[in-house]
Design a protein around this ligand. Structure first.
Ligand SMILES: [Zn+2]
Ligand SMILES: [Zn+2]
Length: 477
């Protein structure tokens, strides 16, 4: 893969080492590597936006070390659950430094050398390593601590390890099912699932540290088609905005790409405004979802939706924007809380909770009240032009004429242009008949029309008798 020298975005990513996808691709239907893939957007020579996936190989793994006499060196370090530092004798560290922590107190309440004490300390050791590994995967840098280190450099691939759902120890993918069956931390009631399921559950434990599944691929598509400007660059580089995108992709599916893109852009505009007032060009949206920054967020929202105080009246130029951002911010809070729970981050959890409380108590009178007022004022001041029956008739006639002439032409000779014309005229006719949003009719599939139920069969006589002649005629088609 060749990256052009004029690619604009690649410089914004801090990547220690890049390896092209072709070099890393594994044969067969293997799952993508954990969290090490990043989508990169770059500008092609013809001006179009290109996208490629790169793997970051700064996550490493240490295999068993041996000295000259081929005897094993015991240099494996464990991460502390509380302070995150690495120690070779972690049990001693817990006993000496963290004896007041709840989990340690429980472990120390058992006799020295007893199996219960050992088990509790081991659980804590694995928990510490799990959190260390999540950080490594999330940051994309560092060394994984796995349950059993491979003996040769050949097996030193961090992508091959997944956490056990019971003990959270990182086990080699291929051996996971065997381990899960006999894991000593498994509660007896849980039945072991099949090989595939084991890996699936295990990967959920790594979410959101990894996100290389199909949703992110779909999100990448949306990001690639987004209008290229500073708003989209900010959206691409902010993890929280991207996470919102992933959540929305899951909710709406691919058909609502423009809606998802729009929602992400709204948050991105908010972020740009916050960065400007804060004079911190590299801050991320999550930095502002804190109770202490709530007022800044409110004023940034007010600024981008153009709140003006004129003649003693609060006016809002784009009220819908502030309302939409309000909804999106609530989603941001939930995502952050999810992260906090997974990361056992009490501070982040509290921040998210308190920010949500502030939204609940203050957002309505500071932002949405004025926006709704402005929306209502615009609504009742708007002149509504009702179409004349005459005009509607004209439109109908013209559409029908267009449709029949196009159909004739198509029967003589199939042409793409004519087909497109016919499709548009048919859609216009459908929209007029449906009398609702255009998007609704456009999503109708020919398949659903062909497979429609036979209403004459399913209609109950009672309903039929209540219809007038015209409605009865309609129900036959
Ligand atoms: Zn510690
Ligand atoms: Zn286990």
């Amino acid at each position: 893969m060749k990256l052009k020298a004029n690619c604009r975005y690649i410089t914004t990513l801090k990547i220690t080492a890049l390896v092209s996808i072709s070099k890393f691709k594994q044969p067969g239907p293997r799952a993508p590597p954990l969290g090490l893939a990043k989508s990169i957007f770059y500008r092609r020579e013809n001006g179009n936006l290109g996208q490629t996936t790169l793997f970051i190989i700064s996550v490493s793994l240490r295999c068993v070390q041996r000295n000259e006499n081929k005897t094993r060196i015991y240099d494996k370090k464990q991460a502390c659950y509380y302070c995150g530092k690495l120690y070779t004798k972690i049990a001693r560290h817990y006993e000496q430094k963290h004896e007041s922590e709840r989990e340690v107190t429980i472990a120390l309440s058992f006799d020295k050398g007893s199996p219960n004490r050992k088990k509790h300390l081991e659980k804590l050791r694995l928990l510490g390593n799990y959190h260390h590994n999540l950080t490594v995967l999330e940051v994309g840098k560092g060394e994984l601590i796995v349950s059993r280190r491979p003996s040769t450099t050949k097996g030193c691939n961090p992508n091959d390890f997944l956490p056990c759902e019971h003990c959270l120890g990182f086990i080699r993918r291929q051996e996971l099912w065997k381990h899960v069956k006999s894991c000593k931390f498994k509660s007896e009631k849980i039945e072991t699932s099949k090989y595939q399921k084991v890996q699936e559950k295990s990967k959920l434990l790594l979410y959101p540290a990894i996100s290389t599944d199909s949703r992110t691929t779909r999100l990448s598509k949306i990001l690639a088609t987004m209008k290229s400007d500073e708003v989209s660059i900010a959206a691409r580089n902010d993890w929280l905005i991207k996470e919102i995108g992933v959540v929305l992709v899951e909710k709406y599916g691919e058909k609502q790409n423009s809606l998802i893109s729009q929602k992400m852009r709204e948050l991105s505009r908010l972020l740009l405004q916050l960065r400007e007032t804060d004079a911190s060009p590299n801050s991320s949206l999550s930095d502002f979802i804190k109770p202490g920054r709530f007022d800044d967020v409110v004023s940034a929202v007010k600024k981008i939706s153009k709140f003006q105080f004129e003649k003693g009246v609060q006016d809002v130029a784009t009220p819908s924007l502030s309302l939409k951002i309000g909804h999106s911010l609530k989603k941001c809070v939930n995502i952050l809380r999810g992260h906090a729970l997974r990361a056992k981050d009490k501070v982040l959890e509290e921040d998210a909770d308190n920010f949500e409380k502030l939204i609940a108590s203050e957002w309505s009178y500071r932002v949405s009240h004025h926006s709704l007022n402005a929306l209502n004022a615009k609504k009742f001041n708007k002149v509504e032009l009702l179409p004349l029956a005459d005009d509607l008739n004209k439109l109908r006639k013209s559409l029908l004429a267009k449709m029949s002439s196009n159909m004739e032409r198509l029967e003589q000779e199939p042409q793409l242009e004519v087909w497109g014309d016919l499709a548009q005229a048919t859609l216009a006719r459908l929209v007029i008949f449906n009398k609702r949003r255009g998007g609704e009719a456009s999503k109708l599939l020919i398949e659903s029309f062909l497979e429609r139920p036979d209403w004459s069969q399913v209609n109950s006589t009672e309903v039929l008798s209540s219809l007038n002649g015209f409605e009865k005629e309609l129900s036959k088609t």
